[in-house]
Design a protein around this ligand. Structure first.
Ligand SMILES: [Zn+2]
Length: 260
């Protein structure tokens, strides 16, 4: 009787441990979400006046700066594999994603970013997915996922830029389209934004500058209809307001994400 009950409790604990967020991100108030909605409404995403090479260089700089903070956060979460690579694509698809081992960044997304802090927040968000082990827990589109893996595997062997390789940046081309169609729950997106905000802050970036990425994503999501970051990352006022709530917690002196 007791043994059976003990087993049931153990099963419940195991199931709980296998799903859901590990962190307790602060939920934004309804009025904060409403303000964020008004802030995003009518915004146009503006392509910045930079070449793809400049976007790539900016991404490499941001990666170099967030990497130690990613490692620290990864150790804090006691995640096993923390040595993530950055994979850059010149492709015009506005996308970024993570697969548990690498973080993938597309020129088509970076070209809309207003500053390096916004690039850092996207890299930190994607690393946050890896740190919180979302790729193994999330819903993977197996066909697209397998295809993307094959395409990336083939390209990465051939095309690694020597200047960026020193910074741990691999260079891929034409990895968009079918790539990166990992979809996560809203809960995991919130967790990645939350963990990402801590990484960005710990890397020394200004969260006031970084928050603009959620304005840009909100503006972009109105017009983009192709396979992109919006398949897996619903842009919404909740994310902007959620980021602000996380920033407030961090600026209040909290050193690490609050664990459940
Ligand atoms: Zn995400």
């Amino acid at each position: 009787m007791h043994a059976k009950r003990g087993l049931s409790i153990l099963l419940v604990l195991l199931l709980t441990a296998c799903s859901g967020a590990q962190t307790a991100a602060p939920g934004p108030s309804a009025s904060a979400v409403q303000s964020a909605r008004q802030e995003i409404a009518g915004l146009d995403a503006i392509e910045q006046n930079r070449s793809a090479a400049e976007n790539r260089a900016m991404t490499a700089r941001a990666w170099q700066r967030v990497r130690p903070a990613i490692s620290d956060m990864c150790a804090h979460f006691e995640t096993q594999n923390c040595d993530y690579k950055l994979v850059w694509s010149d492709e015009d698809t506005p996308n970024a994603y993570a697969d548990g081992e690498s973080v993938y960044m597309f020129n088509g997304l970076v070209k809309y970013m207003e500053n390096e802090a916004q690039v850092a927040q996207v890299l930190a968000h994607e690393a946050g997915h890896n740190i919180a082990d979302h790729p193994s827990k999330g819903t993977r589109n197996t066909v697209a996922g397998a295809l993307a893996g094959a395409v990336l595997g083939g390209l990465l062997g051939a095309a690694v830029d020597s200047d960026l390789a020193a910074q741990g940046v691999a260079v891929g081309a034409a990895v968009g389209g079918t790539a990166g169609r990992l979809s996560y729950s809203k809960e995991y997106e919130r967790e990645a934004d939350y963990v990402g905000a801590y990484i960005t802050a710990r890397a020394g970036y200004d969260l006031g500058e970084a928050r603009g990425i959620y304005r840009q994503l909100g503006a972009l999501s109105g017009g983009v209809r192709t396979t992109s970051i919006f398949d897996s990352h619903p842009a919404s006022p909740d994310r902007l307001a959620g980021f602000d709530a996380a920033a407030q917690e961090i600026e209040g002196g909290n050193p690490w994400p609050v664990l459940r």
